[in-house]
Ligand binder design. Structure first.
Ligand code: GLU
Length: 318
């Protein structure tokens, strides 16, 4: 068992992270029986819902894990954070000419708002926003597919991270809503590349498979003013990292973002594969994976685990 030092207020306290996540694992695991795996992507519907992995990765390079923390899973919308990072790096604040920064209050794949708001998605984490980001990446990166993968391998320190082409194909064959979003935006001039190319890239990005240990590590640059702590590489400026974290707080869990902020108190991003990653600035990142989802498409046990983590440790951003 390892203990780490965490600064809370003016007081240096020591917490036994491993003990805490093992306790949380045992407490929230039964909840997976009450959720439902994402079945609208056929390749995901056979995932065993009764799984839970938790990994905490500290900035000073300590890793704590429990349960299925080394099992690769489909990161789905968590990948939108990597996509946004690449687009933001390339274009800076110009990206906000094509999408907003407001919570949508609607489902991640909703079409309703997009028509009223003339093809400008509310934020980069709903599907419409991520499709615009994919379009920007295709325009700005010559070898987009390879460059995204290299980026994720680099920030996670895991050279085995890869796309799952079967999952991408499966979603491509059934992704009618995403196609509708993309074509609607094309009609408003907010998709510049051929729609089919944008959809292909978006589905590929969503198909990335990672384990909680690699994903937690990959988010450390967001907890560290934009710098990857183990390589020293500056990915985003401190200001950009701040803004990306702010967007995760307000929009990272779709129309459950308010409830998540209230319960957990951390910037985080979820995916319909059942993963959620959250960060505590200057301290750590935590990744939870449990594939059974609630009605909003977020991991049921995952949210509960994160709420307990900030409650038991008394550390959040507030
Ligand atoms: N690939 C999924 C979709 O586009 C991502 C959704 C999610 O993870 O929230 O529907």
């Amino acid at each position: 068992m390892q203990a780490i030092a965490v600064l809370q207020g003016n007081e240096l306290i020591y917490m036994e992270i491993q003990n805490i996540i093992e306790r949380i694992h045992d407490e929230v695991k039964p909840l997976s029986a009450y959720g439902k795996v994402a079945d609208y992507i056929p390749a995901l519907k056979n995932v065993n819902p009764d799984q839970l992995g938790i990994c905490v990765q500290t900035l000073d390079d300590k890793t704590f894990g429990v349960g299925q923390c080394e099992t690769p899973f489909s990161i789905q919308s968590i990948s939108k954070v990597f996509g946004l990072t690449l687009a933001y790096k390339a274009l800076g604040g110009e990206i906000w000419q094509r999408l907003g920064k407001e919570p949508s209050g609607t489902a991640f794949n909703s079409l309703v708002q997009l028509e009223y708001e003339k093809g400008i998605p509310r934020n980069p984490f709903i599907n419409a926003g991520a499709l615009v980001i994919s379009d920007i990446i295709l325009s700005r990166y010559k070898f987009a597919r390879r460059e995204l993968l290299e980026f994720v391998r680099d920030v996670s320190g895991d050279a085995r991270v890869d796309y799952n082409e079967d999952v991408a194909r499966s979603e491509r064959e059934h992704g009618y809503r995403n196609a509708a979003l993309a074509y609607l935006m094309k009609s408003y001039g907010n998709i510049h590349n051929p729609v089919e190319d944008v959809l292909d890239f978006y589905f590929l990005q969503c198909s990335l498979e990672m384990k909680t240990t690699s994903l937690a590590k990959a988010f450390l640059y967001l907890a560290n003013h934009g710098v990857v702590p183990f390589s020293g590489k500056q990915i985003l400026t401190p200001s950009q990292a701040k803004r990306l974290n702010s967007l995760m707080i307000t929009c990272g869990l779709y129309n459950e973002a308010g409830d998540f902020a209230y319960r957990v108190g951390l910037p985080g991003k979820s995916g319909v594969g059942g993963g959620i990653v959250a960060i505590i600035p200057k301290k750590l990142s935590i990744c939870v994976w449990s594939p059974a989802l609630n009605a909003f498409g977020n991991s049921l046990a995952g949210i509960e685990a994160l709420e307990r983590f900030t409650t038991y440790t008394k550390v959040s951003v507030f």
